[in-house]
Design a protein around this ligand. Structure first.
Ligand code: ZN
Length: 345
């Protein structure tokens, strides 16, 4: 195993790689084993068992895992060194999570995920098995290679496969199957397909975006038209209201004038302007006798106006009431005048 002294221990990649190495050593799998080279922790060598119930089931396969400096943010590249009839030797295996399909890789995945992916990809069939670095050897040849693979020894790390990954102890149970993490596919074209799907989806959404924009513009225009119409309607209503208000004002002025006139009439008798001139109490009796008699003329005029007011076809109750009050006041004044006259004479 690599010693951390040869690498920058502060590097997050180095920390992560060392942590994975410790974890793999402390919790070994029956399906694979892997460890970094002593002089380079960015290069690991692995030994992987062929997937069960396949022609590779008896095989043990050794290979390299090359980790990028940006690991785990970029995926590892995996090659196989043991002859197997499924993958070309020393060529990067085209898996969705390897360097061929970087966009599929998730930093949460690790060496274990990568090895499980290779194991699953071993058993892929037909077009799923095709791709860069794939071989289509006959089953018998694959089985023969599998049987030979146990004794295969790595020229780099000098590790024999059967020593690296001994057959599981039958007393401890058979092989323990491990499942791939969610989101990981081993379809060699999966990444490509996904990219195409993503692209078409992006295109669709772009198209949808355009449609949405057009719709938005239409809506905007409709809103504008509606608001213009509304404004026109508002202006119309305002004009109508103004007219109504003017008419109302006119009506008020007319009726005020009428009331004012009536008040003028009614105020006349109340004012004791010339009590001494009220020689004849009969002066309040309508109609006036002669225009030369100023007092009686004036009062006669008032009475006439009063009468006119009363005779108006549009007389309302208020005017009638005022007229009655007028009469009552006039009567009281007459009485006062009579009393005063009696006292004097
Ligand atoms: Zn090796």
């Amino acid at each position: 195993m690599a010693t951390p002294t040869s690498h920058n221990k502060k590097s997050s990649s180095v920390k992560r790689i060392l942590s994975e190495a410790r974890e793999l050593a402390s919790d070994p799998s029956t399906e694979y084993t892997a460890s970094p080279l002593e002089d380079n922790i960015f290069e690991w060598h692995y030994t992987l068992r062929g997937p069960s119930a396949t022609e590779f089931e008896n095989g043990l396969y050794h290979g390299r895992i090359l980790l990028p400096a940006e690991y785990p943010f970029r995926p590892p590249n995996i090659t196989i060194m043991t002859p197997n009839g499924r993958f070309e030797l020393n060529k990067k295996i085209c898996l969705t999570f390897t360097g061929f399909h970087e966009e599929m890789w998730q930093p949460a995945w690790g060496i274990r995920t990568a090895l499980l992916g290779v194991q699953t990809f071993f058993s892929a069939r037909d077009e799923n098995a095709a791709g860069i670095g794939s071989l289509d050897y006959p089953i018998e040849e694959r089985q023969r290679l599998a049987d030979c693979s146990k004794e295969w020894t790595c020229p780099t790390c000098q590790c024999r496969n059967i020593d690296a990954l001994p057959d599981p102890d039958p007393c401890k149970g058979s092989r323990k199957a491990e499942s791939l993490p969610e989101g990981l596919t081993v379809d060699p074209d999966g990444g490509k397909k996904k990219k195409e799907e993503d692209d078409s989806r992006a295109e669709e959404s772009k198209g949808a975006g355009k449609e949405e924009k057009v719709l938005d513009r239409q809506r905007e225009e409709e809103r504008g038209a509606i608001s213009k119409t509304a404004n026109r309607q508002d202006r119309k209503n305002e004009k109508q209201e103004e007219k109504e208000a003017r008419r109302e004002e006119e009506r008020c002025e007319t009726s005020l004038a009428a009331v004012g006139g009536s008040l003028e009439v009614s105020s006349e008798p109340v004012t004791p302007r010339r009590p001494s001139a009220t020689t004849d109490p009969s002066r309040y009796a309508p109609p006036p006798s002669t225009p030369s008699d100023t007092a009686s003329g004036h009062t006669g005029e008032a009475a006439q106006q009063h009468q006119m007011q009363l005779n108006r076809p549009s007389t309302d109750e208020n005017l009638q009431k005022l007229a009655k009050i007028d009469k009552a006041i006039a009567a009281v004044l007459c009485l006062i005048g009579a009393i005063l006259l009696r006292r004097i004479f």
